[in-house]
Design a protein around this ligand. Structure first.
Ligand code: PAF
Length: 281
């Protein structure tokens, strides 16, 4: 596995593979867990050369505290990627990606103002910017993203469609702890007890999924989820919505099951967690 810190180095390494091999990119912000490693596994299956990037992107943090507290575990991450047989890792410093304050703005419209966009204003603009940069730097044939950030996946899909990036996107299913808790870099900030309690997000999603498969009305489901979270002393429900995946607008009634997702966000202590399920997969 080769680690490249600069754009020039990575480009020169990849140039030998461009014409003959499929390049697979796994963009990450590090603090790698099994969810990321399942992306590497998927990339190794679909591409000849796998490139992971590790870059904590300041542009997507609307909360400066969150940026400071974001876990950084580079040495450990590299060991995990090596064991997962990743070929290249791009680990740029902030100055390499943003040599000056970027003037280009990427805004992908109303989908970015729903759910996560509402709670984290500007977040998806920052994601759109850095992912565009990574796509230009790496020029992958395929890029891999986790379902855990479902809205992010659909925002990036819009970016690829509207800016004609010649890149296939693959969404990889969420990896979960035995309790159902979705794996996330933020789980590193939770105690064992908090982790146990946080599995309520998944329990809520499963309950909602069962209710919505039996009846398409959303209001009773919202009520049931609010009651469930009222029983938890530590978890603060931020949002629970049933959405149309084409625009992430909340629905009052399920119309097309195959385009419906159930999304949830909650805070435990100072840690914000999100999760989702597609109504049918
Ligand atoms: O999902 C993430 O870790 C980040 O949002 C991404 C896609 C690597 C962009 O910084």
């Amino acid at each position: 596995m080769k680690v490249c810190k600069t754009i020039a180095d990575l480009r020169s390494e990849l140039s030998a593979f461009r014409t003959t091999s499929k390049i697979g990119l796994i963009p990450t912000m590090g603090a790698l867990h099994n969810g990321h490693l399942s992306l590497v596994k998927a990339a190794r299956k679909e591409a000849h050369v796998t490139v992971a990037s590790i870059f904590v992107n300041p542009a997507q943090f609307n909360n400066p505290e969150d940026l400071i507290k974001y876990p950084r575990t580079l040495e450990d991450d590299l060991k995990k990627l090596e064991a997962a047989q990743c070929d290249f890792v791009f680990t740029p410093e902030v100055d390499e990606v943003y040599p000056s304050k970027p003037e280009v703005k990427i805004n992908l419209g109303p989908i970015t103002n729903q759910l996560e966009g509402k709670f984290r204003p500007g977040h998806f603009d920052g994601v759109g910017l850095v992912v565009s940069k990574l796509f230009h730097i790496v020029q992958p044939d395929i890029a891999f993203f986790g379902q855990k950030d479902l809205q992010q996946f659909f925002v990036i899909k819009k970016l690829v469609d509207e800016l004609n990036f010649p890149i296939d996107l693959h969404m990889v299913a969420t990896e979960r702890e035995a309790s159902g808790l979705a794996m996330s870099s933020r789980n590193l900030r939770l105690s064992e007890e908090e982790k146990e309690e946080a599995s309520l997000l998944y329990k809520g999603l499963k309950k909602a999924q069962n209710m919505l498969l039996a009846s398409s009305e959303v209001a009773p489901v919202k009520l049931a989820i609010a009651e469930l979270f009222d029983q938890s002393a530590r978890l603060e429900l931020e949002y629970f919505e049933v959405v149309d995946t084409s625009n992430f607008r909340p629905l009052d009634k399920v119309v097309e099951q195959s385009k419906t997702a159930i999304c949830i966000a909650a805070e435990i202590g100072e840690v914000r967690l999100i999760d989702n399920l597609l109504l049918i997969s």
